[in-house]
Write a protein that binds this ligand. Sequence first.
Ligand SMILES: C[S@@+](CC[C@H](N)C(=O)[O-])C[C@H]1O[C@@H](n2cnc3c(N)ncnc32)[C@H](O)[C@@H]1O
Length: 278
Amino acid sequence: MTIRPETFQYIRDALHQRTAIRLLDNKEYLVETRLSVLAKQNGMRNVDDLVAHLRVPGSSALWRDVVDAMTTNETSFFRDHTPFEVLKNSVIPEVVKQSTQSKTIRFWSAAAASGQEAYSIAILWDEIKKHYPHWGVDILATDISNKMLERGRTGAYSDLEVVRGLSQQRLEANFHRNGNRWCVNERLKQDVNFRYLNLINAWPTLPKMDIVFIRNVLVYFDNPTKTNLFAKVRRILKPNGFLFLGGAESALTIDDQFERVFQGGGSCYRLKSEQNNE
Ligand SMILES: C[S@@+](CC[C@H](N)C(=O)[O-])C[C@H]1O[C@@H](n2cnc3c(N)ncnc32)[C@H](O)[C@@H]1O
């Protein structure tokens, strides 16, 4: 069975309004596949029934489940590899050199999905921290999907998830086996805080960040949304702070206050120093 055109249109518009995620014209199947499961779980016959419930004021709990179902949470440990090399070889040394007072490097993994990105940063830091005595890290991991945030907090991953990006050595050094899951060691968990944050709404008060990862989420947003987002990132970054985007994403055509740095073995963006104050 296929969903009614007005059902698709309603989900598409409301999802865009709530998350900025754009669903293309031909994505009816995606809505149907993902939401018919949710409809059944809630005792409804189909997605048309689900939408009828969503239209009723006070359906925010159901909406949370719809957002969980409609977000694409694809991720992996050390995804794309090179960003983490740039982080280790260029960005962290630069942040340490720049900061005369602060002894905490603040990271933000925005759109963190199930936490692999944030834990990759924590693993990397654990490997190199001996070179930075007296320095610590604070890693904030946020997402719009409560289900993903819960997974991140739990820090338990399947065999398939850990083979994607983790060497045997990193696995053994940072995880322990519990039943059929690999669980992140407490030592690393202490460095990472998971919190709900919708990138397109007003942000709660956050500390100024040294390094922000917003990887593989901009692809779902239109240009006005990206423009607003970069403006907010500028305000949250410290002077000369760094921004990592996904391989298919760029700040250059959207916001000229970011410059591309460390090109060659991978790159990221740096905020031009005088630009980030409101
Ligand atoms: C493809 S995953 C990327 C995960 C990770 N950053 C990486 O690169 O592997 C995209 C994530 O963005 C989140 N997301 C989508 N729209 C969002 C929004 N408006 N605010 C915050 N997170 C959002 C989704 O829930 C999903 O977990």
